[in-house]
Write a protein that binds this ligand. Sequence first.
Ligand SMILES: [Zn+2]
Ligand SMILES: [Zn+2]
Length: 125
Amino acid sequence: MFNWIFNLIWGEEWQKLGGMKRSPKWSALQKQLVKEHPFCSACLKTKNLIAHHKKPFSLFPELELEKSNILILCEGSVVNCHFLWGHCFLNWKSYNENVERDIQIITNLRNNAQPKKESFKNPSQ
Ligand SMILES: [Zn+2]
Ligand SMILES: [Zn+2]
């Protein structure tokens, strides 16, 4: 019931954690995973990478350090893949159950779109 106060004080970080403390091993694991996967799973950028929990820490704290539950995404200032793909662009409490399927779809779109780019004609020209 005091959630709004905590939201006010700690904002985003608090929402991401759902009010729970992260394991002391988390930050080391996050660094290690970013090293192993040094690009965003969605847009392939290599900056501002974070480890996202497919099943959120607030609901599945037991999966916090489970590698298979973690996806590397970026938090860019222009496109925040973490927020967009991981949390449906809604809020940090909601999460995208189909994040892997969605990322697969955009990866396919990107792969298919590249060779076609040159044949694309702007109808106004
Ligand atoms: Zn990204
Ligand atoms: Zn996340």
